[in-house]
Design a protein around this ligand. Structure first.
Ligand SMILES: NC(=O)C1=CN([C@@H]2O[C@H](COP(=O)(O)OP(=O)(O)OC[C@H]3O[C@@H](n4cnc5c(N)ncnc54)[C@H](OP(=O)(O)O)[C@@H]3O)[C@@H](O)[C@H]2O)[C@@H](O)CC1
Ligand SMILES: Nc1ncnc2c1ncn2[C@@H]1O[C@H](COP(=O)(O)OP(=O)(O)O)[C@@H](O)[C@H]1O
Ligand SMILES: [K+]
Length: 501
């Protein structure tokens, strides 16, 4: 699914009105209907009065239409209007349609409506039309709302936040919503950690916007979902055998971190690899062979870390990093791998840290290498980002410069492609914030890179989607707090089964 800019969202509005031969007021009515349905489901028995705060544009128009629908459905509703010189045409249309029984007042400085504990407030002040930082009365209303113990539902966007760029004035007033209910594709703002305190839980409602416009829209941002056909795992042919699914080599582990090698190998095996060989420190042999009997094992001359690169001849893909440590000899192994490998590479964890500490190695990265940094590792490879938007710029610049795929891990993991496109992931949960989750992802990416049927971007996006889905399946059994990385490994099979076409 594409993620559109604020400008494209406005064009989408107009394209929908034209293509479907409806009025913009009819489109607003659809939006209000969708909001109302969501509201009925979320607050089914609410008896306290609902306060709807309306700005002067179409976001306020949505609020006025919602107030009418909620009133008709039997809710107690009150409307407060932000004074402005002019209002949009659809705002005026819905102001006229508001039943006289709904109390309406103008917001005024020094006389803002009292908001008691548990009050439900709808924020329909500003949406995608926000043109400048909030000031004056609008800023005072937002501060009043944020200071109250109210449950806030933001319409389309929390007022004060932009859909696709950092706040106009950093630290300026923005509504802190418990829920944000939006229309059409999700907004970029919803996917970034810096906005989480404002957006709360977000929901997108389908209001029948013009799919043709969305298909044509030029945007670098995408949202990957379970049903997306372009990331599915192809079914295995009847005559497929282990070479079809590839032979992978995993270089992982050091003394005290053999678990990373075991977890990565487990994920690679559950990810469907044909054959797996792990190269581990000599002292890790018993641990590895005992826990992963399905894999073959090569041992390093060093007992505690990796100092040798095996012959790469037999392998279709090589992964390096989980639990590796950062010994000088290990850095030399990484350099030799980058210089000699002719098959797909997957680079994670300490192998990324070694790249960050020896930036000259970046020039050796083979095209289509998949790197899987979390934010800290990505910062070591690039620079400290000013904010989450700047980090996305750094991501796109990096993948385009090195022609590689970067899996920037987080709650909405962003997979950056060599052409500058970015695919945010939809699956996963905070239970996955547990040691070893990343090692599992590395093993899964490695399995899918060894699979001769998938390209690098497909493999990376599918691995991230399946990894998060495995996390969701596991958390349904263990709860988020009880989730361990080993549980992720156990659920990769069912996750991939659900993603197979
Ligand atoms: N796209 C869709 O799919 C659909 C979209 N819909 C809805 O339309 C919404 C977008 O509506 P919109 O374009 O009228 O903009 P909106 O957010 O109401 O603000 C504009 C008004 O605010 C004013 N203003 C701006 N900044 C200000 C400031 N800092 N301080 C003070 N004033 C400020 C600005 O005035 P001006 O800048 O001209 O002075 C203007 O009056 C969208 O979010 C969604 O809710 C649905 O109805 C249908 C489906
Ligand atoms: N809140 C969250 N929602 C979804 N996924 C998450 C969340 N927190 C962490 N994850 C996922 O868990 C993994 C953690 O990886 P990483 O930080 O490398 O862990 P480790 O180094 O312990 O293996 C990443 O794939 C990340 O996307
Ligand atoms: K709003």
């Amino acid at each position: 699914m594409k993620i559109l800019t604020a400008a494209q969202t406005h064009q989408l509005d107009q394209a929908t009105v034209q293509a479907q031969g409806i009025t913009s007021a009819e489109l607003m009515e659809r939006a209000a209907q969708a909001l109302a349905e969501w509201f009925y489901g979320t607050f089914p028995n609410e008896t306290s009065e609902i306060l709807v705060l309306c700005g002067p544009g179409n976001n306020g128009g949505d609020g006025l239409a919602l107030a009418r629908l909620l009133h008709r459905a039997g809710y107690a509703v009150r409307v407060a209007l932000l004074p402005a010189e002019k209002q949009s045409a659809d705002w005026q249309h819905n102001r006229q349609r508001l039943p006289a029984a709904v109390p309406v007042a103008a917001l005024a400085a020094g006389a803002l409506p009292p908001l008691g504990p548990g009050a439900v407030v709808v924020d329909a002040l500003f949406g995608t039309g926000l043109a400048r930082p909030l000031a004056g009365l609008a800023a005072a209303v937002v501060a009043h709302l944020n200071a109250a113990p109210a449950r806030v539902v933001a319409v389309d966007l929390p007022s004060g936040l932009l859909a696709d760029a950092p706040q106009p004035a950093p630290g300026g007033p923005v509504v802190r919503a418990a829920h944000t209910v939006s229309f059409g594709p999700p907004k970029l703002a919803f996917l970034l950690p810096q906005n989480a305190e404002f957006v709360g839980e977000w929901h997108v409602e389908d209001i029948g916007l013009d799919q043709n416009f969305i298909d044509q829209a030029d945007t670098p941002w995408h949202f990957t979902q379970l049903a997306d056909a372009d990331v599915a795992l192809p079914r295995r042919g009847k005559f497929g055998y282990k070479n079809t699914f590839g032979h992978a080599l995993l270089l992982a582990g050091s003394r005290g971190k053999m678990g990373a090698a075991v977890l990565g190998a487990g994920a690679c095996l559950r990810g469907g690899v044909g054959l797996l060989t792990a190269h581990v420190p000599g002292g890790g042999y018993d641990i590895f062979q005992t826990t992963r009997p399905e894999a073959m094992c090569l041992t390093d001359a060093q007992a505690d870390f990796i100092s040798e690169l095996p012959d790469l001849g037999p392998y279709q893909a090589v992964g390096i990093g989980p639990g590796l440590g950062q010994q000088a000899a290990t850095r030399a192994v990484l350099e030799l791998l980058l210089r000699t490998a002719t098959v797909p590479l997957v680079i994670d964890a300490d192998a990324l840290n070694l790249l960050g500490a020896h930036r000259e190695l970046l020039a050796l990265l083979p095209e289509n290498t998949v790197l899987t940094p979390h934010i800290g590792e990505f910062t070591r490879l690039t620079e400290k980002a000013r904010d989450d938007y700047h980090r996305l710029d750094l991501l796109r610049a990096f993948t385009q410069k090195y022609r590689c795929v970067v899996v920037l891990k987080g709650a909405y993991t962003a997979v950056g492609a060599p052409d500058g496109q970015v695919y945010f992931n939809s699956t996963g949960n905070p239970g996955m914030g547990t040691g070893g989750s990343g090692d599992v992802l590395t093993g899964l990416v490695l399995a899918l890179r060894a699979d001769q049927r998938l390209g690098p971007l497909h493999a990376a996006r599918l691995a991230v989607l399946a990894h998060g889905h495995a996390g969701d399946l596991a958390a349904a059994e263990t709860g988020e707090a009880g989730l361990t990385a080993g549980d992720l490994v156990q659920h990769i099979g069912p996750a991939l089964r659900n993603l197979t076409v």
